[in-house]
Design a protein around this ligand. Structure first.
Ligand SMILES: C[S@@+](CC[C@H](N)C(=O)[O-])C[C@H]1O[C@@H](n2cnc3c(N)ncnc32)[C@H](O)[C@@H]1O
Length: 290
C-alpha cells in the first residue's frame, strides 16, 4: 500500500451496493466522485471485522445477526458532526425575540402552556443545550412546561451529548455569561449544569425511520440545521414532509443558513422576520381541512 491509499480497494459494483444501502438507510448520498470517501471511511470497519473485501462487508450489513449494531457503528464513521454552542446567532435571536413570543401569545390565549422543541440532527448536544439555556433566560416562560428533544442517528455523538462535557472548541461563539451561569469545570473541560439537562431529552433517531418518528408527537419548533445538506433532493423532500407532519399548524422550521427549501417543496411559507428568514407551516385555510 502506498501513501494514504485505503488498505482495501472498492470495485464499482461494491460501491453501488454500499452507496445504495447507505442511502436507503439514512438519506446520505455518495456521488461517484465521493467513492474514495466511502472507501476510506468503510475501510476502518473492514479492518475492525477482519474482512478482506467490501463485498464481505456488504453481506455483514445485509444478512449478519450483527447487522443492526453494525449499521449503527457505520453511521458513526459516515456522519459529519461539526457543531458548537450558540451557532447562527441571528437565527437564535429570531427564535427568542420573535418566534417564541408569537407562539406564547397564540397558545396563551387558549390556556395552553406547553412548548415542544425538536433539535433534529443534534450531534454532540450543543444545539439542544443552547435552546434550553435560551429558554431558561426567558422569565416570561416561568410556569410553562418546556421540552427540548435532541435526536441524532449516531450513537457516538449521543453518548457525548448525554455526558454533557465540552472542550474549548464548542465555545467559540459563547458569551462568558452563559459559561459562568450554566457550566462548571470538569477535568479541564466544562460540564453543562443539571438545570439545563433537565429540559433536554437525548435519543437516537434516524430521520428516515417512520415508525419511530411517529412516536415523537407534535412540535412547536423544529431545528434541523446543517443536516439536510448531506441528502439528495428526494431524501430532502421526504425529511421535510416528515417535519411538516410533526409540526402544529402555524409553527416553525429552522434550517441552517446554507440550506433552503427552494426546489425541494412548497409545503412551507418563507417568513421574513426582523432578525432572520424562517419557514412556517401555513395555518389551515378557514373552512378547509386541517
Ligand atoms: C453537522 S451536524 C449538525 C449539528 C447541529 N444541528 C448544528 O447545526 O450545529 C449533522 C448531524 O446530522 C446527523 N444526521 C445525518 N443523517 C441523519 C439521519 N438520517 N437521521 C438523523 N440524524 C442524521 C449526523 O449524525 C450529524 O450529527
Amino acid at each position: 500500500m502506498f501513501g494514504n491509499d485505503p488498505e482495501y480497494l472498492m470495485s464499482e459494483e461494491e460501491f453501488r451496493l454500499l452507496r445504495d444501502l447507505v442511502y436507503n438507510h439514512c438519506g446520505m448520498y455518495f456521488a461517484s466522485e465521493a467513492k474514495y470517501l466511502l472507501e476510506k471511511r468503510l475501510s476502518r470497519r473492514l479492518a475492525f471485522h477482519n474482512l478482506v473485501s467490501y463485498k464481505d462487508y456488504y453481506h455483514l450489513l445485509k444478512y449478519d445477526l450483527r447487522k443492526d449494531q453494525e449499521l449503527s457503528d457505520l453511521m458513526d464513521v459516515l456522519t459529519t458532526n461539526e457543531t458548537y454552542f450558540f451557532r447562527e446567532a441571528f437565527q437564535l435571536k429570531a427564535f427568542t425575540d420573535e418566534i417564541i413570543p408569537e407562539i406564547m401569545e397564540e397558545k396563551g390565549k387558549r390556556g395552553d402552556r406547553t412548548l415542544r422543541i425538536w433539535s433534529a440532527g443534534c450531534s454532540t448536544g450543543e444545539e439542544p443545550y443552547t435552546i434550553a439555556m435560551l429558554l431558561l433566560e426567558m422569565r416570561r416562560l416561568d410556569g410553562w412546561r418546556l421540552e427540548v428533544i435532541g435526536t441524532d442517528i449516531s450513537q457516538r455523538v449521543l453518548q457525548h451529548a448525554r455526558k454533557g462535557v465540552y472542550s474549548k472548541s464548542s465555545f467559540r461563539a459563547t458569551e462568558n455569561y452563559y459559561l459562568d451561569r450554566y457550566f462548571h469545570e470538569h477535568d479541564g473541560n466544562f460540564k453543562i449544569s443539571d438545570k439545563v439537562r433537565e429540559l433536554v431529552t437525548i435519543s437516537q433517531l434516524n430521520l428516515f425511520d417512520h415508525n419511530r418518528l411517529a412516536l415523537l408527537g407534535r412540535m412547536d419548533i423544529i431545528f434541523c440545521r446543517n443536516v439536510i445538506i448531506y441528502f439528495d433532493q428526494p431524501a430532502k423532500k421526504k425529511v421535510i414532509e416528515t417535519f411538516y407532519q410533526a409540526l402544529y399548524p402555524g409553527r416553525f422550521l429552522l434550517l441552517g443558513h446554507s440550506e433552503s427549501l427552494m426546489n425541494v417543496t412548497t409545503l412551507f411559507t418563507l417568513r421574513h422576520l426582523k432578525n432572520d428568514m424562517v419557514y412556517q407551516k401555513p395555518w389551515p385555510v378557514e373552512g378547509g381541512a386541517l
